[in-house]
Write a protein that binds this ligand. Structure first.
Ligand code: NDP
Length: 451
């Protein structure tokens, strides 16, 4: 049987574009459909614009620090219009790069929504159908807001990059990556920021000591972090939002952003008709090779809700190509993934938290918290944390947790050692780079506790 293409990819985000390009580079004939902007969540409404906003928001503190170092600096305020203009131009540039990457690799792209018509056919919203030997679904996810009276008034991270004007006050709901990162961004940009999180501490699942320090420093920097609180209902009052909280408080905010999790984009793709199973959260079920219940259809990235991170989706895409086009069955490796949360302060982490490791075996905890030189000189109170979780039996470093400016950069490098199976003694054998914050990771002499 002959097909129009060897591979048809649905979704032009990080995972889909990478899989399409790599397959095409290996000689496959490849097409890709994207209904929205090329680059997907990460490039258009996630990691990239978010990080640029983090950078923008950090300058307020830098001006103060600069003054403490003797610079005659004046902070005349932040122009949202200026920043937004530059941000939009940058996103246009990046989208162009993504389109060109596909074109230059010989991938045919369609600006259309695609849906499975059968195991080898996709129907495009322009009315045409295309056949392919293999179909890859890489449609990502979208923000999800719970239903409550007035929930339609809430905005999500998608809208944060397009605000007409910077609000004077904002309520951010949720305690995950997105909520906590945006709380730091808004606060840094000078917006009166309140964060409600329903649980006991933000960033559930991460090391307790690390997330405790992040929360403490967020509060120190001016965020009104309210734990054990949630939105009960909200209504419009003039150009503000009147929010009634579960603790009974009634407050007016200019904007209310919900970051209460994301849902896979797997509706109306024709999956049910083909018998492709979906999980409880709506994610597409796949095996270790990203293959669905229909052998010619694969899925990668957030739509499969495994580890929802851009670099993981990219890895899953490459493993798919290796499996299907290079005859080398390869499972994406989901173990020991380093990750950063761009809160202020930033957190970088790999491996097990103290709490999770202690459930498995006896561990030694090495940890130090201090005021780093640069901020301390400037009179800023922010503390950093360097922490290692070590197996008492094997001496392996099971987890590394860093809360510090630049923690994302640090954990990328420390992550190599941990991924390689480095022991505490390997860390100790490494000479310190002085004076740095991360040198503490190789000079932690005695455990603060054994649990
Ligand atoms: P998360 O799943 O990380 O967090 C969702 C938050 O919303 C949790 O605090 C959760 O509380 C809370 N929540 C869920 N339901 C409700 C509800 N009904 N009412 C109130 N609160 C609720 O989702 P995010 O949206 O923050 O991020 C999605 C994913 O995107 C992450 O898992 C991550 O993989 C990825 N991401 C990664 C980034 C990075 O690498 N730096 C940055 C941004 C996103 P509870 O804890 O109680 O369940």
């Amino acid at each position: 049987m002959s097909f129009d293409y060897d591979l048809f990819v649905i979704g032009g985000g990080s995972g889909g574009v990478r899989a399409a390009r790599v397959a095409a580079a290996g000689g496959a004939s490849v097409a890709l459909a994207e209904e929205d902007r090329y680059g997907g969540t990460c490039v258009i409404r996630g990691c990239v614009p978010k990080k640029l906003m983090v950078f923008a928001s950090e300058y307020s503190g830098m001006v103060e620090d600069g003054r403490a170092y003797g610079w005659d600096l004046e902070n005349k305020g932040f122009s949202w219009d200026h920043f937004k203009g530059k941000l939009n131009a940058e996103l246009d540039r990046l989208e162009g790069i993504y389109r060109n990457l596909l074109k230059n690799s010989g991938v045919e792209s369609f600006d259309a929504r695609a849906k499975l018509a059968d195991a080898h056919t996709v129907a495009l919203s322009d009315g045409t159908t295309k056949t392919a030997k293999h179909i890859l679904i890489a449609t990502g996810g979208r923000p999800w807001v719970p239903e409550f009276p007035g929930s339609e008034l809430a905005i999500t991270s998608n809208e944060m990059f397009h605000l007409e004007k910077l609000p004077e006050s904002i309520l951010i709901v949720g305690g995950g990556y997105i909520a906590s990162e945006f709380a730091g961004i808004m606060n840094g940009l000078g917006v009166k920021t309140t964060q409600y999180y329903r649980g006991e501490q933000i960033l559930r699942g991460f090391d307790n000591e690390a997330r405790g320090l992040v929360a403490e420093e967020m509060i120190q920097s001016g965020i009104d972090l309210q734990l054990g609180n949630n939105v009960a209902e909200m209504q419009r009052e003039g150009d503000k939002m009147r929010v009634t909280a579960t603790n009974g408080d009634v407050t007016l905010f200019d904007q209310v952003m919900f970051a209460t999790g994301r849902k896979p984009n797997a509706d109306n793709l024709g999956l049910e008709e083909l018998g492709i199973a979906r999980g409880k959260g709506g994610e597409i079920k796949v095996d270790q090779y990203s293959q669905t219940a229909v052998p010619s259809v694969y899925a990668i990235g957030d739509v499969t809700d495994r580890v929802n991170l851009t670099p993981v989706a990219i890895r899953e895409g490459m493993a798919f190509v290796e499996t299907v086009f290079n005859g080398n069955p390869t499972s994406p490796d989901h173990e020991l993934i380093p990750t950063a949360i761009f809160t202020q302060p930033e957190m970088g982490t790999i491996g097990l938290s103290e709490e999770d490791a202690a459930k498995e075996e006896t561990i030694e905890v090495y940890s130090t918290s201090f005021k780093p030189m640069q901020q301390s000189f400037a009179g800023r109170a922010q503390k950093v944390l360097m922490k290692l979780i070590v197996s008492q039996a094997s001496r392996k470093v099971l987890g590394c947790h860093i809360v510090a400016p630049g923690a994302g950069e640090m954990i990328q490098l420390a992550g190599i050692a941990v991924k390689m199976g480095a022991t505490k003694e390997d860390f100790d054998r490494t000479v310190a780079v002085h004076p740095t914050m991360s040198e503490e990771l190789v000079t932690l002499k005695t455990p603060v506790r054994t649990v």
